[in-house]
Each structure stands twice: as structure tokens, then as C-alpha cells.
Design a binder for this molecule. Structure first.
Ligand code: ADP
Length: 158
């Protein structure tokens, strides 16, 4: 059984993330989405809120596990017997950071591969931060996020 883990901040989950999740779902027998608790980033949504939004968005995929973790993501992956961590690649600008992360993770645990899925062209310029920036100015982001996330953003910035 091939188990994959897609780690990310998901602050909040966007249509770009969802595209990667649906494509990864085809590649693995079991998929975990994991939100690290120890993230140094200043998140708009709490970990619980982000998990709740991911769960709401993936309601039709009850077999996808959604969790938070206090562990390093590579340790989380090991603990659920995953063989791969999934990351999305948008533009060249993602490459440096993702290569660094994948190399470090490989050193931490050589049994876990990082698998990159290239962003679909319509989402290649989409990021959680740009969505937040637009929503902050009360502009519509319904093209970029599911309704439930759109509503949550409106609530945050009202
Ligand atoms: P992190 O802080 O771990 O980078 P993010 O939620 O920003 O968390 O992203 C998680 C993963 O999803 C990263 O690999 C990122 O490159 C990828 N990703 C984010 N947005 C998109 C998108 N629009 N298309 C494809 N991959 C994406």
C-alpha cells in the first residue's frame, strides 16, 4: 500500500492546493494532509480553523486523513508508514525553497521521497498569501478558493 503525505500551511486552502490533492489522490492508496503546528509563520487562521476548512472542502473524500502534527513532517510521514511527501511546484521561484526542503528531509530520513506535482497552469500564480491580500481589501476571491473558505475570509476581514 502506497501512502503519501501532503504537508503544508494551508492558510487557507486554495483551489491550487485542491488541484494537487486531487491529483495526488490518484497516485497513492492512502493520502494524508498534514498541517504542522510548530510553524513559525504568522498564520491568519489557527491550525484548528485551517483543518476545519480543509475537512469541509474535502467532504467528498472521507478516506483522506486530515491532521495536525507537532512533529517534523518527515517524522509524521514515517509514523504513518508513508513512503512519500507530496509538494506542489508553481514557478521557478518555488524551486530553490522546495529543493532545500526536499534535500534536508532526505537527509533526515532517506526512506521518504519527496514527490513534486507541477501546478496546473490556471493555478500557477495562486498562493494563500495573494488570496489573503486580495480578501483583506474586500475584493472577491471566489475564483481562487471554495465558498466555505471565501466565507471564512470575509469573516476574518469584516
Ligand atoms: P508551506 O508553508 O509548507 O509552503 P503552503 O500551504 O504555502 O505551505 O503550500 C503547501 C504546498 O503546496 C507547497 O509545496 C506549495 O508549493 C504548494 N502550493 C501552494 N499553492 C499552490 C498552487 N497554486 N499550485 C500548486 N501547488 C501549490
Amino acid at each position: 500500500m502506497k501512502i503519501g503525505v501532503y504537508p503544508g500551511t494551508f492558510d487557507p486552502i486554495t483551489n491550487g492546493h485542491i488541484d494537487i490533492i486531487k491529483r495526488a489522490y490518484q497516485l497513492f492508496d492512502k493520502l494524508y494532509i498534514v498541517v504542522p503546528n510548530n510553524i513559525g509563520k504568522n498564520a491568519l487562521f489557527t491550525t484548528e480553523e485551517r483543518i476545519k476548512l480543509i475537512k469541509a472542502v474535502l467532504i467528498d473524500y472521507p478516506d483522506i486523513e486530515i491532521a495536525s502534527t507537532d512533529k517534523l513532517t518527515v517524522e509524521f510521514a514515517k509514523s504513518v508508514n508513508a513512503t512519500a511527501m507530496i509538494r506542489g511546484l508553481r514557478m521557478v521561484s518555488d524551486f530553490d525553497y522546495e529543493l532545500q526542503l526536499a534535500t534536508i528531509n532526505k537527509q533526515l530520513d532517506s526512506s521518504i521521497e519527496t514527490v513534486f506535482i507541477m501546478s496546473s497552469h490556471e493555478y500557477s500564480f495562486l498562493s494563500s498569501s495573494s488570496v489573503k491580500e486580495i480578501a483583506k481589501f474586500k475584493r472577491d476571491v471566489s475564483l481562487f478558493v471554495p465558498d466555505v473558505v471565501n466565507e471564512a475570509l470575509k469573516e476574518k476581514y469584516k
